[in-house]
Design a protein around this ligand. Structure first.
Ligand code: NDP
Ligand code: PYC
Length: 341
């Protein structure tokens, strides 16, 4: 669940917010190119009400850049590996500029081979995952992405944390509709939402995490201070989280969620891991009617009573933000202006 920031009070045009975030990121060590990509990503999350990865994350970007843990100037190195395989070394920078650098090549390959994988390593991902896949579906492609993060999730049946919160995002075209998109942590909650609950002084639902002694707790601070999250859905979410470690790290050449040590970089918040994106061209599939079949599926789901598709809440928030501006609190806006200097 992406918890709303309490007291959203001001509305800012998207372009203004994006420019403000870009100024902050450049001032704190990103190149203009990297800052542009991250600012668009973060402003989009705020616009869509994906608050756990909107402007809430900016102080984390700034402290991480200040700590020297991430290279905000990194220029990714793209390798054309094979007919359906592109590799990117993010060179210790962020994952989103690495995706941007390889995007055109991977789309070309998906269209010619029918499927292509984009394997990113040596990368930091501190954002929502849906912005990485949704644009592929807007171009008629199907995309699936996984990224691993930092050790804070206890595998089902284990005693100590090992996995990251390891999200999975999927996007598919749907005739006459916005793409079908879901994006979910494989932990019971995103770490960002635990932080937001702790900041708001709220308790969590049962089953989200354990304290430092491994005992179930509903106190978000106990989870953050020595405790850990649990996978969603017991052994099933745990298996998916394991799959994410394999695909995002073992397959890409990135770090597993436990394999990096940021203790020498106080203020570092961004996991230094890997990301895999699989892009499929459905026009080459049997029948060539994928988007229409998507639509049929959605209609059948609605016919049996479904009133809310994944991604729909974000699209609604996006529509309101397009009309009225992106919502944030006065305190958040003041904090951003201060960081922009
Ligand atoms: P949520 O549980 O809020 O949502 C997961 C998905 O389910 C979304 O697609 C959401 O759609 C959909 N959904 C939610 N409620 C319903 C409902 N009642 N009916 C139908 N669909 C529903 O996401 P998480 O808390 O698991 O993750 C939040 C974010 O954190 C994600 O963007 C994820 O990528 C990010 N994250 C990033 C990490 C990283 O390492 N970079 C690590 C972990 C998480 P909708 O969007 O419309 O609400
Ligand atoms: O919310 O779990 C999370 C997360 C980890 C890294 C970035 N976001």
């Amino acid at each position: 669940m992406s918890a709303p920031t309490p007291g959203l009070a001001v509305r800012v045009p998207f372009a203004e917010l994006q420019a403000l975030l870009q100024a902050i990121l450049q001032r704190h060590g990103c190149s203009a190119a990297v800052a542009a990509v991250l600012a668009h990503n973060c402003a989009s999350a705020q616009r869509d009400g994906a608050h756990s990865h909107g402007v809430f994350r900016i102080p984390g970007y700034v402290s991480t850049l200040a700590s020297g843990w991430v290279d905000g100037q990194a220029v990714p190195a793209v390798t054309d590996v094979a007919a359906g395989h592109v590799r990117v070394d993010a060179r210790g920078g962020f994952a989103q500029p690495a995706l941007a650098a390889a995007r055109a090549l991977v789309v070309d390959k998906a269209r010619s081979a029918g499927i292509a994988v984009l394997a990113i390593h040596n990368s930091h991902h501190f954002a929502a995952l849906w912005p990485d896949v949704e644009p592929f579906a807007n171009e008629g492609l199907v995309a699936l992405s996984v990224v691993n993060s930092m050790t804070c999730v206890v595998p089902h049946g284990a005693r100590k944390p090992l996995f990251g919160t390891n999200p999975i995002a999927f996007a598919a075209p749907c005739a006459g509709h916005d793409p079908i998109v879901f994006d979910m942590a494989t932990s019971a909650m995103a770490h960002g939402d635990v932080q937001i609950a702790a900041r708001a002084g709220e308790r969590l639902a049962e089953g989200m995490g354990v304290d430092a002694a491994g005992q179930p707790t509903t106190d978000p601070k106990a989870i953050l201070e020595g405790g850990a999250l649990l996978p969603f859905g017991g052994h099933k979410g745990s298996a998916l989280s394991m799959m994410v470690e394999l695909l995002a790290a073992a397959l890409t050449g990135g770090h597993f969620s436990w394999e990096f040590d940021w203790s020498g970089h106080p203020g570092a918040k961004t996991p230094w891991t890997g990301q895999l994106i699989i892009v499929i061209d459905p026009s080459q599939a049997e029948g060539g009617r994928f988007a229409e079949r998507s639509r049929e599926l959605v209609e059948q789901m609605q016919a049996v009573g479904l009133t809310r598709m994944p991604g729909e809440r974000r699209y609604r928030e996006r529509e309101v933000a397009g009309r009225d501006g992106v919502a944030l609190t006065e305190q958040e806006l003041a904090g951003l202006r201060e960081l922009a200097g």
